[in-house]
Design a protein around this ligand. Structure first.
Ligand code: SAH
Length: 455
């Protein structure tokens, strides 16, 4: 059989028109119907000159050389650092076009699975920049200086920066101030190659409503050199109410180690969502866009049309934010979450808000729900908010057996959402609309809420 060769080869310089933008925010040029070339920083409609950097049998990658025409949706980047790091992969696309892009991504996945749901226009975030309430900043030694910044795309090479574009500027200021304290005291930065040096990451969390900030110093050593001085100086920074030393001695990409030690203030910060208080520890999952989280939850609450006599299951509950926010409106809330520490936080959060009609179960949702269904336990509304991999087949099977009359699916991955909706709808549910909610402006992540009812 003749070897099928690629229609382009490495180092070819070509021109073309960008037809599409992938989920990963790569522009797509096609040399023929079946052969796409993926090119970063290229937008649909643009005519570009590019060089082929890698040619596979069925597709290729290219690097943009020059724009022949540009898209009206392009936002010029005055700071090319962002493009190098991938910190904000959609920053070259205007915000309205980003919202449209996210809606279209869901629509096309639904079309592939023949799902007949209306995908509403994406709910814009109140602030498309400077929204993140959490930063995990790598620390490295560059030319003798301890630097903070972000990794160059697809690498662990640090690009120093102080304005992180999508983070709360008060967090950026804290990171910079901590960097300066560490520099002044000649504390060494982590060296990945030799697994040597001390400070690996600076993590900062800020509670948007209360302003409390937590600084986590991720260290290769159990105890920091001059720890008392470092802690005393960081504790003087504005809003810092909690400092934690996290011990991570391993040669690993995982940022946080398992052991941590509060060295100043409490081991948590406290924030508010929809009028309820939440305690957040260093390791807890907490939505990163606090203002838009309230809109996300509000959307889910409205779509669930909650009634005072209903029993609601909040599966994949994290520290209990959704369940606690809705408890006043229903008879009982039952939370399922796999991380024991998150459930410990959720229990404290329930107490903090005087919520008593709530119970907590630690375990895998795909194991707990089938047990409950087996026991014929009451469930009127099921709210799910799974990680990117979506729902497990055993979980869906249990849902189709118990048939709660309402199901609200909060999704951070439209591909697994489409897969799961297909199964739920084939199993007897009706879905009419999906509401995308932009939780991650400037990034390609897509969050949405879908309500299902029984046919
Ligand atoms: N609803 C929460 C958390 C959503 S993140 C909020 O809005 O803050 C998804 C959560 O699912 C995480 O807390 C994660 O620990 C949990 N999780 C992941 N896999 C799980 C599983 N198989 N069963 C139960 N919970 C799981």
């Amino acid at each position: 059989m003749a070897k099928i060769s690629a229609p382009v080869k490495k180092n070819d310089v070509l021109t073309g028109t960008v037809m599409d933008l992938t989920y990963q925010a790569m522009g797509v040029v096609k040399v023929n119907e079946h052969y796409p070339i993926f090119i970063g920083n290229a937008l649909p409609g643009e005519e570009i000159k590019y060089v082929v950097t890698k040619a596979n049998k069925n597709y290729a990658f290219g690097r943009l050389l020059e724009f022949i025409t540009t898209s009206p949706d392009r936002v010029s980047q005055d700071n090319s650092v962002y493009l190098q790091t991938g910190i904000a992969p959609l920053a070259h696309l205007s915000y309205p076009a980003q919202l449209k892009f996210k809606q279209e991504q869901i629509k096309s996945l639904f079309q592939k699975d023949k799902l007949d749901l209306e995908v509403k226009p994406t709910l814009a975030a109140p602030a498309p920049l400077h929204y993140r309430n959490k930063a995990q900043i790598p620390v490295r030694q560059i030319d003798g200086w301890l630097q903070t910044g972000f990794y160059r795309q697809h690498s662990h090479q640090l690009v120093p920066m102080t304005d992180f574009m999508i983070q709360d500027p008060k967090i950026d200021a804290t990171v910079e101030a901590v960097r300066d304290i560490l520099r002044e005291l000649h504390v060494s930065a982590y060296n990945e190659e030799h697994n040597s040096g001390v400070i690996r990451h600076i993590m900062v969390r800020r509670a948007h409503k209360t302003g409390q900030q937590m600084v986590v110093l991720v260290s290769r050593q159990r105890r920091l050199p001059q720890e008392d001085t470092i802690v005393a100086q960081i504790s003087e920074l504005p809003e810092v109410t909690s400092i934690i030393v996290n011990y991570n001695p391993k040669a690993t990409n995982v940022i946080l180690g398992a052991q941590e030690r509060p060295v100043f203030g409490e081991s948590y910060i406290e924030d508010e969502l929809l009028g309820k208080k939440f305690r957040i520890s260093a390791q807890s999952f907490y939505q990163v866009n606090p203002e838009q989280t309230e809109n996300l939850y509000q959307t889910a609450i409205e779509l669930a049309d909650l009634q005072p006599d209903e029993v609601v299951i909040d599966a994949y509950s994290g520290i209990g934010t959704i369940g606690i926010s809705i408890a006043d409106h229903v008879k009982q809330v039952r939370e399922i979450e796999i991380v024991p520490e998150a459930i410990a936080d959720a229990k404290i959060n329930a107490k903090l808000n005087h919520v008593t009609n709530i119970d907590f179960t630690v375990g895998k949702a795909e194991e707990i729900l089938p047990e409950w269904v087996e026991k014929d336990q009451a469930m009127d509304v099921l709210i799910v908010d799974p990680p990117r991999k979506g729902l497990q087949p055993e979980f869906i099977e249990a849902v189709l057996k118990a048939k709660p009359k309402k199901l609200v699916y909060i999704s951070c991955n439209p591909a697994t959402l489409a897969r799961d909706l297909r199964l739920l709808i084939d199993g007897g549910y009706i879905g009419t609309t999906t509401q995308p909610v932009d939780m991650f402006p400037m990034s390609n992540h897509i969050e949405s809420v879908t309500a299902l009812t029984l046919a």
